[in-house]
Design a protein around this ligand. Structure first.
Ligand code: GDP
Ligand code: CA
Length: 329
């Protein structure tokens, strides 16, 4: 069985770890031997202190490779901050984005390889030789795509000020309302090698509960990806990142507000109307109503490894059920 998933950072990575745990302990040999391909959001990427940083790729790589800081959910475990302290002593900006020492090594390897003309796909494969994440990890594109955010400018009524997504998210905690969110470069980006093939050739496509705007939403803006999802023969099943009208962690509500979409499980499903076959929502949430969309209520909290594996299993179960219906029809 070929499983392809689209993923952002922390939410995507946690779900994928549960998916692998579910697959590897499954009694069903098709699941036990399943191969997983992950298409990672790269629109959070940025360059700081001359280093190319890919937060979502690294969150998935470190989480699945056993190097993640479990408490924060991002960055390396047992991290130290010698480099960050020295940069601060020089007065180097930005000071609001802290790079750990171990993490810096990852960015040094990546930056050096990119400077030598290697693609982000090649860099990612090289880094994964160490981490062995147990999935094929693909960037959504080898072309640079960066999410920028227009904020209302308090000094200029009606005017806006543009910042990189990371500044809005990390420095401002998305507390300043976004007027517009744009994945700069997305329209001209080409899907990375293997991305469209992984969607077309999948037996199951999963959408983990990643941010629908700045994680899944940006992957969907890479030309060809939405079409591949709509055209794949595989059932596409997603997990709502929203429970009871709020994101489980983080500020996805601020992203949804910027695109005029309510923070509900049903409204998020609506963003995927052209390709979504199955949707998992929490007990008590209103289901989206659309002919052909199958909705199930399941425990959606990835509170511990067991619950996360069960959630991933439930998403796969729904996909298999829909696949059978497809075949019967
Ligand atoms: P990021 O790139 O690090 O922001 O991570 P993602 O985009 O992959 O995931 C962020 C989303 O994960 C947020 O919108 C959260 O609502 C969602 N999320 C986090 N933890 C959970 C959980 O336990 N259950 C569900 N259903 N969603 C979660
Ligand atoms: Ca992210």
């Amino acid at each position: 069985m070929q499983v392809t998933a689209l993923a952002g950072g922390v939410g995507g990575a946690r779900f994928l770890r549960g998916l692998l745990a579910h697959l590897r302990t499954s009694a069903d040999p098709r699941r036990r031997d399943a191969q997983v391909t992950v298409v990672s959001n790269t629109a959070d990427d940025t360059t700081l202190h001359g280093l190319r940083i890919c937060p979502d790729l690294d969150s998935v790589m470190y989480t699945l490779g056993g190097g993640i800081d479990e408490v924060r959910g991002w960055g390396r475990s047992d991290e130290s901050y010698g480099v960050a302290g020295e940069l601060a002593a020089y007065g180097e900006e930005p000071s609001w984005f802290t790079l750990g020492d171990k993490d810096v090594a990852t960015h040094l390897v990546r930056t050096r390889m990119l400077a030598e003309g290697r693609t982000l796909s090649e860099v990612t494969a090289r880094l994964c030789e160490r981490w062995r994440p147990g999935v094929r990890l693909l960037p959504m594109s080898d072309d640079v795509v960066e999410t920028h955010v227009d904020l209302a400018d308090p000094d200029d009524p009606g005017g806006t000020r543009r910042v990189h997504f990371q500044e809005w998210w990390v420095r401002l905690h998305a507390a300043v309302p976004a007027v517009r969110i744009e994945a700069v470069g997305a329209a001209a980006a080409r899907p990375a090698p293997g991305v469209l093939e992984a969607l077309a050739g999948a037996d199951v496509v999963l959408l983990p509960p990643s941010n629908p705007v700045v994680s899944i939403g940006t992957i969907l803006q890479v030309p060809g990806v939405r079409e591949a999802l709509a055209g794949t023969g595989a059932p596409v099943v997603g997990v709502s990142p929203v429970i009871a009208g709020a994101p489980v962690r983080g500020m996805a509500d601020a992203c949804l507000a910027a695109i005029g979409v309510p923070t509900t499980a049903a409204a998020v499903a609506g963003l995927y109307d052209d390709f979504l076959d199955g949707w998992l929502i929490a007990e008590g949430d209103e289901p989206p109503v659309r002919a052909g969309l199958q909705v199930r209520r399941r425990p959606l909290l990835m509170s511990d490894p067991g619950a996360t594996a069960a959630l991933a299993g439930a998403a796969l179960d729904l996909a298999v059920e829909l696949d059978r219906k497809d075949r019967a029809a």
